[in-house]
Design a binder for this molecule. Structure first.
Ligand SMILES: *[C@@H]1O[C@H](CO)[C@@H](O)[C@H](O)[C@H]1NC(C)=O
Ligand SMILES: *[C@@H]1O[C@H](CO)[C@@H](O)[C@H](O)[C@H]1NC(C)=O
Length: 414
C-alpha cells in the first residue's frame, strides 16, 4: 500500500488493457433499468498487466502507510497524507518537502488541547483528510489525533503551518480518532449575506468519540459566530447519531459534478439486517439544508455479489469503452465525454475477491430523478422547496423518501 502511486499507474494500465480488449467485458443479461449496472469482472490482474513495461515507472516510497493522495491542478504538485507524515512531491514524484504530524501525545478520551489531559501516550497520526484549498494557498490536513482537528499547511511548503487551533472545542472536530472510520471530502462554496465562502463537505462514518455527524459542511474562515473548521449546517435527518450508529456507514469517495455533490459509501439497509449494500447519495451544491439529499443503491455483479465499495473514481471513458457501453444498449448513448463512476467492490465476507463496476453519471442522475419524481420531493431550485414545504413536512417527506426508496430498490434489484 505504500507504493500507492505505482499501484495507480498499474490501475491505469489495467484500464487501458481492458478498454482495448472488449472481450474482457462481461455483459449481464438483466432487466432494462438494472442496466446501469454495466459491470465487468476483474478477470485476471496478470492478463491486464500485459504491456505495463511500456509505461515509464516513476516512484516514491513512503516508510509509513499512505492514507490519502491529492494533486494541485494549478502546479501539478502531489501531496501524500501518510501515517505521521505529509509529503509534498513535484509532478515527477521528487520530494520537495515533508512534515511530521505524529506520533503525538494524546489519549482516546482526551479533549484537546492535550496539555490539559492526563495519561497521554505517544500515538500515531493517520491522515484522514487531505484537500487543496487554492484560494488560500493552503493544504487542509485532518488526522486521527486530537479528535480529528484540522490544520492548514502552506501549499508551496508543507513544513510551514499556516493555521492550527485546538482551543475551539467540539465544533471544530472534523475527522475521527478511530483507525477504521473513513473520512471523505470535497471542496465547495456557501453563500450567506451575499458573500461566498469556501467550505468543504465531509462524509464520515461513526466513531464513538468523534462528532456524530454523517455529513457536514466546514467553513474555512472566521465569520460572525463561525470559527474556522466549524460545521455550519444543521440538518437532523442526515446527521443524527442513532441514524449513523445503526447503519454502519463506510464512506469511500466524495466528488462534485454539475452543481451536485455526491458521496459513495456502504451501509446496512435498515440497521436490523446486517447485509451491507453500496449507495451513492447526491445533494445540490447550493442546498444549504441538505433537503435535496437522495440515495440510490448501486449493485455490482450477479445478485449483487460485490456488495461493498472499496474504492472509486470518476473519469471519462476511453473511446473504445464508450463505444462498447453504447453498443450494449443498456445506457443510451455513452460517448468519451460522458463521465463514468468507476468503482471497485468486494463481497463483504471476502476481501480477496473484487470486481470493477461502471456507472455513467447521467444514468445515476436519471435514476435519482426517477426516485424524486415518484416520491414528490424536491428538485434543485431552492425556491421550490421553500414555496411548497415547511421544514416539518420536509422531515416527514424525507423519511418516507428513504423508506420508499429502499422499497423501490428491493423490488427492482434484489
Ligand atoms: C508559503 O511558502 C512560500 C515558499 O516558501 C512563501 O514564499 C510564502 O510566503 C508562504 N506563504 C505564506 C502565507 O506564508
Ligand atoms: C487562509 O485561511 C486562514 C484561516 O481562515 C487565514 O487565517 C489566512 O489569513 C488565510 N490566508 C490567505 C492568504 O487567505
Amino acid at each position: 500500500m505504500c507504493h500507492f502511486l505505482i499501484v495507480n499507474v498499474h490501475l491505469r494500465c489495467h484500464l487501458t488493457s481492458l478498454i482495448v480488449k472488449p472481450s474482457f467485458l462481461f455483459l449481464p443479461e438483466m432487466a432494462s433499468w438494472v442496466s446501469t449496472l454495466f459491470f465487468l469482472i476483474w478477470l485476471s490482474v496478470s492478463q491486464a498487466q500485459e504491456g505495463s513495461g511500456k509505461i515509464p515507472t516513476v516512484e516514491f516510497i513512503s516508510e509509513s502507510l499512505i492514507n490519502n493522495v491529492v494533486q494541485d491542478p494549478q502546479t501539478g504538485r502531489i501531496y501524500l497524507g501518510a501515517v505521521n507524515n505529509i509529503f509534498q512531491l513535484s509532478p515527477s514524484l521528487q520530494k520537495e518537502a515533508r512534515t511530521e504530524t505524529g506520533p503525538k501525545k494524546d489519549g482516546k478520551t482526551c479533549t484537546p488541547p492535550a496539555s490539559g489531559c492526563q495519561d497521554t501516550v505517544l500515538m500515531p497520526n493517520s491522515n484522514k483528510l487531505l484537500l487543496v484549498h487554492p484560494s488560500n494557498g493552503s493544504l487542509i490536513v485532518c488526522g486521527s489525533r486530537y479528535r480529528g482537528i484540522c490544520s492548514l499547511l502552506n501549499l508551496s511548503n508543507v513544513e510551514q503551518e499556516l493555521y492550527y487551533n485546538d482551543n475551539k472545542g467540539q465544533r471544530t472536530y472534523v475527522a475521527s480518532i478511530e483507525d477504521n472510520v473513513n473520512v471523505v471530502s470535497v471542496m465547495s462554496t456557501y453563500t450567506k449575506n451575499g458573500r461566498t465562502f469556501k467550505v468543504f463537505l465531509v462524509g464520515k462514518g461513526y466513531g464513538s468519540l468523534d462528532s456524530p455527524k454523517l455529513i457536514s459542511t466546514r467553513i474555512l474562515e472566521d465569520y460572525q459566530d463561525w470559527v474556522v473548521f466549524e460545521n455550519i449546517i444543521v440538518a437532523s435527518a442526515v446527521q443524527t447519531a442513532p441514524f449513523v450508529l445503526k447503519y454502519l456507514h463506510d464512506f469511500q469517495h466524495a466528488f462534485k459534478e454539475d452543481g451536485f455533490v455526491y458521496f459513495l459509501f456502504s451501509r446496512t439497509l435498515d440497521g436490523t439486517d446486517n447485509k451491507i449494500l453500496t449507495f451513492v447519495s447526491r445533494l445540490c451544491e447550493n442546498d444549504q439544508h441538505y433537503y435535496s439529499y437522495t440515495e440510490l443503491q448501486l449493485t455490482c455483479g450477479i445478485k449483487n455479489q460485490y456488495n461493498k465499495v472499496q474504492a472509486a473514481y470518476v473519469a471519462f471513458p476511453g473511446k473504445e469503452l464508450a463505444r462498447v457501453m453504447s453498443q450494449s444498449g443498456n445506457y443510451g448513448t455513452v460517448t468519451s465525454f460522458t463521465k463514468v463512476l468507476f468503482m471497485v467492490a468486494h463481497p463483504d465476507d471476502d476481501e480477496s475477491d473484487s470486481a470493477l463496476c461502471m456507472y455513467p453519471l447521467n444514468s445515476i442522475n436519471q435514476q435519482l430523478m426517477d426516485i424524486i419524481s415518484h416520491i414528490d420531493v424536491y428538485l434543485c431550485t431552492p425556491a421550490q422547496w421553500i414555496l411548497n414545504h415547511t421544514i416539518k413536512t420536509w422531515l416527514k417527506c424525507r423519511l418516507s423518501t428513504l423508506i420508499k426508496g429502499f422499497q423501490n430498490f428491493l423490488v427492482l434489484f434484489v
